[in-house]
Design a protein around this ligand. Structure first.
Ligand code: TRP
Length: 74
């Protein structure tokens, strides 16, 4: 697989019903997949040829190489 997509991010849900939404790569930016996580469920995801952005809806902790983001941070 292309090494430009080697980075993973970890999304840990802190409540039930967190949505991890994949947005398409290319001229057309739209949702292509929604994954629902319940409390304490973890998803490990990469950017791919099909996914250029990831939107997280709900209370979650996101671990990336840039640091840790908490969605409920002020
Ligand atoms: N089939 C999708 C892809 O290869 C799966 C995927 C990868 C995905 N990363 C994601 C879905 C992040 C949601 C969020 O692009």
């Amino acid at each position: 697989m292309d090494s430009m997509y080697s980075e993973y991010m970890v999304i840990k849900a802190k409540e039930n019903g967190v949505h991890v939404i994949g947005l398409t790569r290319g001229t057309d930016t739209r949702f292509h997949h929604t994954e629902k996580l319940d409390k304490n469920e973890v998803m490990i995801a990469q950017f791919t040829d099909h996914t250029s952005a990831i939107k997280i809806r709900g209370n979650a902790k996101i671990y990336t190489k840039y640091g840790i983001v908490d969605t409920d941070e002020e």
